[in-house]
Write a protein that binds this ligand. Sequence first.
Ligand code: KG4
Ligand code: ZN
Length: 342
Amino acid sequence: MAILRGRDDRSGPELLASEVASQIAEHEKYGGIVPEIASRNHLVYAPRLLNSTAKASKIDLSDVDTFAATSGPGLASSLMVGASIAKGLAIGFGKPYLAINHLEGHLLSPFFSGADGEAGIRPNVSLIVSGGHTMLVRVHALCDYQVIGRTVDDAAGEAFDKVAKMLGLAYPGGPEIEKLARGGDPNRFDLPRSILGSENFSFSGLKTAVRYLLPKIVGRFYEPRKHRVLTETPYKLDERVLSDLCASFQQAIIDVLVTKTIATAQKYDVDLVTISGGVSCNQELRRQLHEACSRNGFEFKNAEPSLCTDNAVMIAFAALLRLLAGFESKVTEEIDPNLGLV
Ligand code: KG4
Ligand code: ZN
């Protein structure tokens, strides 16, 4: 939960308070998010979080101008809890309610430390890479978006998580693979870079390639179905091999993301490239995309790491920008688990 205050001098919004109740430890043993556990936990944690965030912000909730919540895309049962609380506060205090698209929250997050007005959002090509989405978006202005490409199967973060699971690594898999990839040889294993000529993405072939490579590396048959809940690697991989495999897999994803982002920025002749979403925490991806942008004459902006993975600040920021630009939504607005960006 987060509380922001816009500033008159356009120096960027002031973050009054942001509190997180992480559930990762409770979902980790299942290797992914369990919707029922997530929504039950939201019901327990959200009221406490509301109290502690309000206290930390040192303002009274009755002084808040607008209440906002994510309306989708996402898990219905979790969206419902957040939206119900924000709508209740809006009705109770007689203030407007703003329904915010989760993807727009990610997409705007690289601008958080910049300007606080609509004018701060410049035309750009935006790469959103998370556990649920991989998208290239042409941003014309606030609320004026055109989706150029999206994944036709797995999202990049999903591929990180699934491959990590095959390797017996903890959830979420992205940070684990990134750690192991450090110092590994990204050229040791030849993994596919799928549909490079298309504006869309596909990562399921890469995941399958790792799946078929594993038994060859360990020299015996590998049965993933026997290892649904992995607490340890189903076979022992030599540390060097594991590190090289993680580096090769990570590089395959980075090559695809960088190639397509630069091609899209060139095609639409923008001067700014932005990146957001959980996978954009990956330092190697940021470094390589930044370098490619510099080589090709594009400015590069990424969100700070705490704003890359799902967070309330990016939703509050999107709400603040929408509020300043005069957008409204009604408390009758429904959540939509499959909400698109446009
Ligand atoms: O944006 P996010 O928090 O949630 C969704 O909207 O999906 O993204 C979570 C995803 C997970 O798949 C996680 O493995 C991935 O982001 N991720 C990373 C890294 N940190 C988080 N992937 C690669 N490298 C990282 N350092
Ligand atoms: Zn997200």
